[in-house]
Design a protein around this ligand. Structure first.
Ligand code: ZN
Length: 422
């Protein structure tokens, strides 16, 4: 963890600043802490493998005991949930290999860990809307040229950092990724959102950050699983509260389910007006995800001037909520394609690929019927079948996006994946 991250961290329970307890075992450099104990007015928390663990659940307490006894490797095993010694040793071997992929590490964590479709995450319909809205709102509120001092973004309950990835070039200081699951934020820092600042904390507790520390606070595809929704939204408003005269920030809750319309993995959703009433200091707008999806599939602009009717919202399985007083937020946002890959350009793994002379034949092949049921809307941008010249495929290695690649990337036939993803 960067030392300067201490400036934005606060104890979730007493609100006090946190500092490294020098008298207890720790490993640090001039500008980063690798392992150690952070203390506030009321308690102490472990910082394990560069990640502060700011909750007091049993694993945190056990990891803290290991650190106090000078056993950082065991503290890390506890945080990864590895209680079987042989599995832990196998995991340590994979995790310390520089050539290990995201997939290798997920597999070493066992079948109960990710539960599925991470390979396809970057092209699923939920993700492409979340990414477009996060970029549109984030670009509007985080500020212009880096020299002028861009503000910082935070992705709360961001899991393994798939959406955090899209904030990397928008956030001034590295975006913060907060999640309950240590293994997920650890993977994010290494693969999906390299350079992000991970923090392990409990979404049902007060958030361990200072008032006004961020210009943009977001949470996608997780809010319906939060029990303390009022506190959570109040905390998001607090994190972007820069006070009277400060530049307005934004709060985004993307892809949260709707009490009035059933969806898979339903959670404990609210009605559209129930969500709106959670906001006390910034008036929110609620959008049905369907119209935003249509904007994205059509190549933009993403129209945040729209006002969906109550009937349209009631019929939407998923909702997106944006709260901001910034004048650039509720506008029409063009959707641009990058000129160069952030990671590696690859053929979308949803395609089966067959060589055919100078060309490759691609055929859409879903991994399961469940995937087709939940994410089948991707057929609106992924063609069932197509052929690509081998020369076009060879050009993927350059990482440059031009010519026909621009459209293939926009349609997600080609995906820009993190390096060493699988
Ligand atoms: Zn405290």
């Amino acid at each position: 963890m960067r030392i300067d991250t201490l400036d934005v961290l606060r104890c979730p329970y007493c609100g006090g600043r946190l500092s490294l307890v020098d008298s207890i075992f720790h490993r640090r450099t001039a500008d980063a802490i690798q392992d150690g104990i952070l203390g506030c007015h009321c308690c102490i928390f472990p910082l394990v493998d560069g990640i502060p663990v700011l909750h007091v659940l049993p694993a945190s307490t056990l990891a803290r005991d290991h650190l106090q006894a000078g056993r950082p490797e065991l503290a890390r095993r506890v945080m990864f949930g590895l209680d079987d010694d042989s599995q832990a040793e196998a995991f340590d071997a994979v995790a310390s290999s520089e050539t290990a992929t995201y997939r290798d590490i997920v597999e070493a964590l066992g079948p109960s860990f990710e539960g599925g479709y991470f390979l396809y995450r970057f092209s699923d319909p939920t993700y492409i809307v979340a990414q477009a809205v996060a970029r549109a709102v984030g670009s509007a509120v985080l500020g212009g040229a880096p020299a002028k001092g861009r503000r910082r973004a935070i992705d709360i309950c961001g899991g393994s950092g798939h959406v955090t990835r899209t904030l990397l070039d928008l956030s001034g200081a590295p975006p913060v990724l907060a999640d309950l699951y240590f293994a997920k934020v650890w993977l994010a820092r290494r693969f999906t959102a390299p350079g992000c600042e991970p923090v392990c904390c409990d979404g049902n507790a007060p958030m361990p950050f200072a008032r006004g520390a961020f210009g943009f606070a977001m949470c996608t595809d997780a809010f319906m699983y939060i029990w303390t929704k009022r506190q959570f939204v109040g905390e998001m408003e607090r994190l972007v509260d820069t006070g009277a005269g400060g530049e307005p920030g934004a709060v985004l809750i993307g892809h949260t389910h709707n009490e009035r319309t059933w969806s898979p993995s339903h959670g404990q959703p609210l009605s559209p007006e129930g969500y709106a009433e959670l906001f006390e200091t910034i008036e929110p707008r609620v959008f049905g995800e369907g119209n935003l999806f249509t904007d994205v599939v059509g190549g933009g602009p993403l129209d945040l001037t729209r006002r969906d009717s109550a009937a349209a919202l009631d019929a939407s399985p998923a909702l997106t909520i944006v709260a901001s007083r910034h004048p650039d937020v509720f506008t029409r946002h063009p959707l641009t394609q990058p000129k160069a890959a952030a990671g590696e350009l690859r053929i979308n793994p949803l395609y089966a690929v067959e060589p055919d002379g100078d060309r490759l034949r691609l055929k859409l092949a879903f991994p399961s019927e469940e995937y087709a049921d939940e994410y089948g809307a991707c057929r609106q941008y992924l063609p069932d079948a197509l052929t690509l010249d081998r020369s076009a495929v060879a050009s993927l290695a350059t990482g440059q996006v031009s010519g026909e690649l621009t459209e293939l990337l926009r349609r997600k036939v080609i995906v820009d994946l993190p390096k060493r993803y699988y």
